[in-house]
Each structure stands twice: as structure tokens, then as C-alpha cells.
Design a protein around this ligand. Structure first.
Ligand SMILES: [Zn+2]
Length: 327
């Protein structure tokens, strides 16, 4: 591997933009964050470019040492053209040509990739997926996004939709999903869907322990409140958790038998909750995957955890360099 490759990466989130500077040996050389709450692109884009120059200067590197930039973008987005079409949580960003702006401002080539794919690439170059050419990264957060690395390649699909694991229908005529389909895996195991389901169940029971763990506010019931209620032994919370675990095993079993990965690397809930999250999934997996494929697949939490954003765009840039034969 060429030791001299240095890349800059951006992770565009709902409330912040993570900026990272990294090298091709898996080392993060610098990081910064830009607040991005209710901002306008015309104020933030110049700041993004400026922050890259600042990180290079702080690392005592000439800006010319950087080979490429990468952008990790939330959906929906026009991936090949690098345009953020309508990111959630910010009404000012509509059809913003982020990639072209940065190409012009940084005078660097760049790549634009969806955030779940970037998460997979980040774990590949910097985290739990190092030296592993067959693995799947699952975000396991408010929703369930996936990035699939198979045979040493990121699977993007014909129209960049590959890896939308959370919208695999696992129940015929099942629960309504935000995407329009019914019975999606995410509708049973995504953090937002579970919270909404519990809120609906408890709408006439404001004194329920789960609501108490959410500070007494039904609208604030989230995965954290449900987790606390599970640890306290609340029967309804235990039932919800068990269903979530079974559905996770169902969704993951499909992936394990389809791709025969060496690892499933799991994001947010897996590392935040730990064994209470992972163990019940492991218990149910033999119902959904063959013993052979299951024996070859390790279930592990993300190593990069909440810092993954600093690595996400960098990893996309490193992968692009590799694809171009420049790494
Ligand atoms: Zn769906």
C-alpha cells in the first residue's frame, strides 16, 4: 500500500458535519466538527472547504499532500452526481451540488457515497472490518441501513440502492414502514419504528414504567427508555425486546445465507447496549441461517462507534483511490 496517500472526508449529518483527515495506513491525522443545525448550504460549504485546509495545516501537511476527498451523505441523494437532494432535518438543503462545490473549492478529485456504505468502508479501513473482504455493516440506529462488502468490493447495485437491508419485507402485510412498503425488517427492529410502536401501545397508559424511564413523557419514549425498562424486568419491555431480537435474527439470517459473510458489524444499538442486544440475536439466529454459514459469521459491534463519521468520508475516498488503481 502506498504510504503517502492522504485523504479528507466529510460526514454530513442532521445536526453536524464531521470532517476527518486520514492516511492510507488506517490512521486518523485530524478531525473537526461543524455545527449544521438549521444552516444554509451557502454558509456551510465554504466552511467545509476551509476546515479541510485547517486540518492539513494542523497536521503540518501541505494541502497538496491530499489526494482526494470523500463525502458521506444521508439519503435521499443523487450519488453519481454528488447532489444532496432532500436530507432529513434540514429544510434549507435542497438539490445542493456538494461534490462539485468541493471539487472547485479544494481543487481535488472527490467521491460521494451514501452513509451506510461509508460506514462499511470506514470499518473496513479503520475498524472491525480490517483485513476482512466479506462482511456487512448494519447501522442499527433509528433505521437499519446496510453496506455490503463482498469479495473485496462494495456492492452498490444498478442504481446505488444496494444494501437497503432495512426494507427487506419479512412479514406479509405486516407493519407499515415509512418507505411505503408493509412488513419491512426496519418496521420491526429499527429504533424509530419500535419507539413509535411502543408509544402507540402506551397512549392510554401514561403511568407505565417505560414512560417513567422516558422522564414521564410518552413522546420521549425511545430505545434508551425501553432498554432501561428491560433491565428493570418490565414484562412489556421484555416482550418488545424479544420480538426485536427475533426480527433482527430473521433479517440478519437472510444476509448470512445470501452473502456468507465473515462478519456482521453492527452500529449504534449494538455498541451502546452491548450483550443485552447481541446475545438474544445470537440465540435466535440458528432459526434463520444454516449452521455452516452461521459458524463462519461473527456478530461484532462497530469499533469506530460514535466517531465513525470522522472516518466515513475518508474511507470512501480511499476506496475510490483503490478502485482507480491508485492505492
Ligand atoms: Zn421499508
Amino acid at each position: 500500500m502506498n504510504r503517502d496517500r492522504i485523504v479528507v472526508g466529510y460526514d454530513i449529518g442532521g445536526t453536524k458535519i464531521g470532517v476527518g483527515l486520514a492516511d492510507s495506513n488506517g490512521k486518523l491525522l485530524g478531525k473537526a466538527r461543524i455545527e449544521n443545525k438549521d444552516t444554509r448550504p451557502e454558509e456551510i460549504l465554504p466552511l467545509m472547504a476551509e476546515t479541510a485546509r485547517k486540518l492539513a495545516a494542523e497536521a503540518n501537511l501541505p494541502f497538496g499532500a491530499i489526494s482526494m476527498f470523500g463525502v458521506s451523505a444521508p439519503g435521499p441523494a443523487d450519488i453519481p452526481n454528488g447532489i444532496l437532494t432532500a436530507p432529513p432535518n434540514n429544510k434549507h438543503w435542497r438539490n445542493v451540488p456538494v461534490k462539485q462545490y468541493l471539487i472547485d473549492a479544494l481543487k481535488l478529485p472527490g467521491v460521494f457515497e451514501n452513509d451506510a456504505n461509508c460506514g462499511a468502508l470506514a470499518e473496513w479501513y479503520f475498524g472491525a472490518g480490517r483485513n476482512c473482504d466479506d462482511f456487512i455493516y448494519l447501522t442499527m440506529s433509528t433505521g437499519i441501513g446496510g453496506g455490503i462488502v463482498a469479495g473485496g468490493h462494495l456492492i452498490r447495485g444498478r442504481g446505488y440502492y444496494a444494501g437497503e437491508v432495512g426494507h427487506t419485507v419479512i412479514e406479509l402485510n405486516g407493519r407499515q414502514c415509512n418507505c411505503g412498503l408493509k412488513g419491512c425488517y426496519e418496521a420491526y427492529a429499527g429504533g424509530r419504528a419500535i419507539a413509535q410502536h411502543v408509544q402507540a401501545l402506551l397512549k392510554d397508559r401514561p403511568d407505565h414504567p417505560i414512560v417513567a424511564f422516558a422522564g414521564g413523557k410518552l413522546d420521549d419514549v425511545d430505545m434508551s427508555a425501553i432498554e432501561k425498562a428491560v433491565r428493570a424486568g418490565d414484562p412489556l419491555a421484555l416482550e418488545i425486546w424479544d420480538e426485536m431480537s427475533l426480527r433482527n435474527a430473521q433479517g440478519m439470517g437472510i444476509l448470512i445465507n445470501t452473502f456468507n459473510p465473515a462478519k456482521l458489524i453492527l452500529g449504534t444499538l449494538a455498541w451502546a447496549v452491548g450483550a443485552l442486544y447481541l446475545d438474544p440475536i445470537r440465540k435466535y439466529l440458528p432459526q434463520f441461517a444454516w449452521p455452516q454459514t452461521l459458524a463462519q459469521c461473527e456478530l461484532v459491534p462497530s469499533e469506530l462507534r460514535r466517531d465513525i463519521g470522522y472516518y466515513a468520508g475518508c474511507a470512501a475516498a480511499l476506496y475510490e483511490l483503490k478502485e482507480r488503481g491508485e492505492l
